[in-house]
Design a protein around this ligand. Sequence first.
Ligand SMILES: CC(C)(COP(=O)(O)OP(=O)(O)OC[C@H]1O[C@@H](n2cnc3c(N)ncnc32)[C@H](O)[C@@H]1OP(=O)(O)O)[C@@H](O)C(=O)NCCC(=O)NCCSC(=O)CCC(=O)O
Length: 559
Amino acid sequence: MFEREKIHEIEKSKKEWEEKKLERTLSRFPERKKEFVTSYEDEIERLYTPLDIENLDYIKDLGFPGEYPFTRGVQPTMYRGKLWTMRQYAGFGSAEESNKRYKYLLEQGQTGLSIAFDLPTQIGFDSDDPMSEGEVGKVGVAIDSLKDMEILFDGIPLDKVSVSMTINSTAMILLAMLMAIAKKQGVPYEKLRGTIQNDILKEYIARGTYIFPPKESMKLIVDIFDYGSKNLPKFNLISISGYHIREAGANAVQEIAFTLADGIAYVEAAIKAGLDPNEFGRNLSFFFNAHNNFLEEVAKFRAARKLWAKIMKERFGVTDEKAMKLKFHTQTAGSTLTAQQPLNNIIRVTIQALAAVMGGTQSLHTNSYDEALGLPTEQSVTVALRTQQIIAHEMGVSETVDPLAGSFAVEKLTSDIEEKAQKYLEKIDEIGGMVKAIEAGYPQKEILNSAYKTQKRIENKEQIIVGVNEYNSDKKEKIDILKVDEKQEEKQIEKLKNLKKQRDNAKVEKSLNRLKKAAINEENLFPYVIECVENYSTVGEITNILKEVYGEYRESTTI
Ligand SMILES: CC(C)(COP(=O)(O)OP(=O)(O)OC[C@H]1O[C@@H](n2cnc3c(N)ncnc32)[C@H](O)[C@@H]1OP(=O)(O)O)[C@@H](O)C(=O)NCCC(=O)NCCSC(=O)CCC(=O)O
């Protein structure tokens, strides 16, 4: 970036500054802490200068937005052309209640939907299953069959609103339901926009909603890539997620490294099954966490984009630029929210969201200030959405593409994070890939280690959390907490009973049998699941059929 001569001149001036100014200041006025560190325990320099980025090659390392290696963003105009999608993760209780919340959010200017499902739906149990007791409609909406999805999307036009669904082991079933709704609304599959999370590897690492063993889970994902890339060209068939990895305690480098390593595992599995990464590569998307250290976070997003582009191009020989672009959703860090002084969370969320925007996110969820206490109320979620709208329309940050580029600190952090994540990727290659690494408990151990160190820093007050280990107060802030209808579970079970009476049960049985045969014969299961769903088979019935063929995964002690 800089001529040799200039570098020497800066080196000389810096030395002079250190000897004349800095040392004198330090001797009179020492710094607040002995060392300042990043989340990955690198020392943060007091001052970054061109000397820190002297090897940066503008064209090779940064380039222009919309061009390889996409460090500066995936679109040439970024938010000048279109703002990021404002997509609040929401859903609770029944399909009726959630539908009301989605309509409210859309009326308030939200630009996409993000569906939260309850735990039974996520792990393939119907609401009347004894395993579901006490969990129906709790952390998300309860969906048993297409009947519930019809209510959930009532009056929501799928040709206008893109829908993200946080669903993993039962992703194929819920996507088939969304497609059935599109069909009923007259929206052709080619026009259906949205995302399914469908990222099972991070479930084994960090989140826990797996059902089947890894091999069978990967097969289902490849089936979705295969069918989806041909029939749903506008749909993101996976959202490879670092969010939960970070929430489990990973640092910024680990978040990026383990997420991209998961990405590599999916691409390898799909290529092994004969798919073309130039095709399914366009339907991949990512999901990251926006944590507290603003500069580090901006750098993290930029580094991730560059690394993925290189992986797709150099490792997998991809030639289509669209398949090299790392497009991502961001959620502000849930784990940084405090139950104490909850209104402080608004400030945390704002700054984290700003990092996501400065880092070039395509879609954003801003946490509500009450999320450490319960599900968001209408008021708290509105403040969260307004936070995005204020950043978008009032702060001027969406008007310049990648505005922090060229900052000595941000560029240095970007290349450091890239380099350190690359080292992790090499280590995972040595182990034999991410599936093997997870089986050996490698990422889990690394994450645990980081989480432990962070906890220690907080306990020692090396890391201050306002309102928790410093500046605490005995005064309780009064805020409203959302109450979920206690009768909700009973009502949902009643609905399910009625469905089973009304539907054509012979058809259900026939399609479930066809699915079982296809699973035994290792065919692509997607068309069979579509048939089951359209006949109103339930999430539990379909999952049980697959359990009969695939078995269930139980976490072993090595993980
Ligand atoms: C790719 C993303 C990230 C975003 O997709 P979107 O469709 O919203 O946005 P987009 O890609 O920017 O825009 C859509 C179209 O506009 C185009 N476009 C955008 N900006 C443009 C510009 N400046 N110039 C020209 N075109 C542009 C894009 O190319 C694309 O068109 P083309 O398609 O024609 O190119 C997707 O995957 C997504 O929305 N993900 C959300 C995931 C999510 O909500 N997850 C919740 C997890 S919640 C969770 O897990 C909680 C915790 C827990 O439960 O454990």
